[in-house]
Design a protein. Structure first.
Lengths: 112, 112
């Protein structure tokens, strides 16, 4: 089945220690998104790639970076995680013609 | 950032009852999406609406794109325990604006 895959599902890191979350998709969608979701809140868009073009949200901290080496994969790098970065991180994909976003299962990040 | 007005915030119902929730906005959207999110998982797309006035069903779920393009509702008929979760509406303006504007979610609890 075509799907969005996120690994790992749970990630524990230490305060200030860089961490990378990964997302892959078999939908062949050209748009990929990264969201942060905290408890009892709606997902908050961090940035997205339209093909290779990177689009950052104005309020996304510089601590968050992303890489998209090819169509199928996208990475979220948190350079120096703080306690406030503990959250669920969601990857989503869409086809530029339709724009409906399909989400992966998420990675829950814990910062110690 | 902008958010949609989603109501009710939470519902506690008996198994077998029908459920209705809605989202409203002060601005128009080209797409309305309804997602369900279970604890610890990513949002799962339930219904996507692309045309004003469109009424779409997915099993026991029915959703409508308001004629003014500023609102949408989701109905669940004959609720069952696995309907428990948080339901989010999301709107998209379309064109080059791919960002989803989210409601705050409706938390549904079903008493068997």
């Amino acid at each position: 089945d075509a799907m969005v895959i996120q690994n790992p599902r749970y990630q524990v890191t230490q305060f200030g220690k860089p961490v990378t979350l990964s997302c892959s998709q078999t939908l062949n969608h050209n748009v990929m998104y990264w969201y942060q979701q905290k408890s009892s809140q709606a997902p908050k868009l961090l940035f997205h790639y339209y093909d290779k073009d990177f689009n950052n949200e104005a309020d996304t901290p510089d601590n968050f970076q992303s890489r998209r080496p090819n169509t199928s994969f996208c990475f979220l790098d948190i350079r120096s995680p703080g306690l406030g970065d503990a959250a669920m991180y969601l990857c989503a994909t869409a086809h530029s013609g339709q724009e409906t976003q399909y989400f992966g299962p998420g990675t829950r990040l814990l910062v110690l | 950032g902008q958010q949609l007005n989603q109501s009710p915030q939470s519902m506690f119902i008996q198994e077998g009852e029908d459920v209705s929730m809605n989202c409203t906005s002060s601005s128009i959207f080209n797409t309305w999406l309804w997602y369900k999110q279970d604890p610890g998982e990513g949002p799962v797309l339930l219904i996507a609406l692309y045309k004003a006035g469109e009424l779409t069903s997915n099993g026991r779920l029915t959703a409508q794109f308001g004629i003014t393009r500023k609102d949408s509702f989701l109905n669940i008929s004959a609720s069952i325990p696995s309907d428990v979760g948080i339901y989010f509406c999301a709107g998209q303006r379309g064109g080059n604006n791919r960002k989803l504007i989210w409601g705050l979610g409706t938390s549904l609890a079903v008493n068997p």
